[in-house]
Design a protein around this ligand. Structure first.
Ligand code: PGA
Ligand code: ZN
Length: 438
């Protein structure tokens, strides 16, 4: 492995898409190569994900990151200066060695992830290759363009809990190119806006750019989404399908699920039955966190019943953790995992989870957070890791379109043939859908 040694590490406070402070890190090498990255921030966070360090107090609602910035410069920097940026695993291990806490609470997950990503970028500057290529080299995976899942309506913690369900999204697995996915999705997004306007319910957008969910009950969002797909000239379930992030940990615990909008509480079995009915009545091909993170029994039961026909993604449930993923594989819970680099806290740990998922035949979806910035690292990761899927939020707001547009640039570099129609979805799911049509 060639050597490109870190000579300097600097951090500063910058701002995310919710107007909250976050951490940016700049890594410089001895030959003057520079890598830079920014930590994202979640709102519906898993209990077992890396913890961002926030300063507390009254200023900035306690969200300031001055301590995390200082940790990068006074604690992480001395430990990684002199290390080789091309050896990501070694640099990440040096960061891990500094923080014996399980959830990175000593350094701050925001400090560790921004540093780890900046190292990745510095390596790319040193190698003179695109980031996606370096990610493919590091992971040993064949690069491919991801299938996007794109939000049409926001909800849950991203929309003041106006509805209980968090993400109402579309996927276009029937598209031939990445570009076609974006075009079809844009039509659906616009159609959804037109329907909301016509009903007198257009009220701006939620945190990730999807329409604000002015609905009387959760299912009304699904009904509206189907109508929007039709209004866009598509047959629901044909080229365009629905993907949901229930984010059930936000309203469920101890096997009870409280749907505030509908003023009712469901037990585990009733919750599974409700989602099962939605899977029957709507063209849903992917569902994330259908049960809460403290409900492995529910997740196992749900996977057993529906896992052969729908992608079941663990987000809060698996928090990009290889050990939790392996446990879920043994348990028969979920069949896909969301990969959020700041849940793990370093690039290497995210890659470990991705590798464990691929080894188990689980689907992998690289994902943004609801608090995002202009940083486009995850677009490259989704390609270079051969993840197959990418979740970034809606098709509006620049912190979102920055990621989609970067994928379009990569598509031009790689050739549109790098987008594999339908294949990225958990293969059983897609095979079954195609089989039913044939
Ligand atoms: P978060 O939401 O970034 O607020 O956690 C994203 C998700 O749940 O997928
Ligand atoms: Zn989620």
């Amino acid at each position: 492995m060639p050597n490109e040694l870190i000579s300097d590490v600097n951090a500063r406070r910058v701002w995310d898409s919710r107007g909250n402070p976050t951490v940016e890190v700049v890594v410089t090498t001895q030959s003057g190569r520079v890598g830079r990255a920014i930590a994202p921030a979640g709102a519906s966070r898993g209990a077992r994900e890396a913890i961002d360090m926030r300063d507390g107090g009254s200023a900035l609602n306690g969200m300031d990151v001055k301590r995390a910035v200082k940790n990068v410069e006074t604690r992480i920097a001395p430990a990684i200066i002199g290390k080789n940026v091309l050896n990501q695993a070694e640099v990440d291990q040096a960061i891990l060695d500094l923080d014996p806490s399980k959830l990175k609470s000593e350094l701050g997950g925001n400090a560790t992830v921004a540093t780890s990503l900046a190292v990745l970028h510095a390596a790319v500057a040193a190698k003179g290759v695109p980031l996606w290529r370096h990610c493919a080299d590091l992971s040993g995976n064949e690069p491919s363009l991801p299938l996007p899942e794109i939000q049409i309506f926001g909800g849950g913690a991203h929309a003041g809990r106006r509805v209980d369900i968090q993400d109402f999204m579309v996927m276009v697995p029937g598209a031939d190119t990445f570009d076609e996915v974006m075009e079809v999705t844009s039509e659906v997004y616009r159609a959804a806006g037109a329907i909301m306007k016509q009903k007198g319910r257009l009220a701006g957008v939620a945190d990730e750019g999807g329409w604000w969910p002015v609905f009387d009950h959760n299912e009304e969002a699904l009904e509206t989404l189907v109508r929007a797909i039709e209004l866009a000239g598509e047959k629901p379930g044909d080229r365009v399908v629905i993907s949901l992030d229930i984010a059930a940990s936000e309203f469920g615990s101890n096997g009870r699920y409280r749907l505030a909008l509908e003023d009712r509480e469901l037990g585990r079995d009733e919750m599974i039955a409700l989602l099962g009915r939605w899977l029957n009545d709507y063209p849903i091909l992917s569902i994330e966190d259908p049960l809460a993170e403290d409900d492995p029994e529910g997740m196992r039961a749900f996977t057993q019943e529906f896992g052969s026909r729908v992608q079941i993604i663990g987000d809060d449930y698996l928090v990009t953790n290889a050990a939790l993923l392996e446990e879920a594989v043994r348990d028969g819970a979920c069949n896909a995992v969301l990969i959020k680099v700041n849940q793990a806290g370093t690039v290497t740990e995210s890659m470990d989870c991705l590798a464990a998922a691929k080894a188990a035949g689980y689907g992998t979806i690289v994902s943004a957070r609801s608090g995002e910035t202009e940083d486009v690292s995850i677009s490259h990761m989704s390609v270079g890791f051969g993840a197959g899927q990418l979740k970034v939020g809606s098709i509006t707001r620049s912190e979102r379109t920055a990621k989609w547009n970067e994928c379009l640039r990569i598509a031009d570099e790689m050739g549109q043939g790098a987008f594999v129609k339908g294949a990225p979805l958990a293969s059983t799911v897609w095979a079954q859908k195609v089989g039913e049509e044939a």
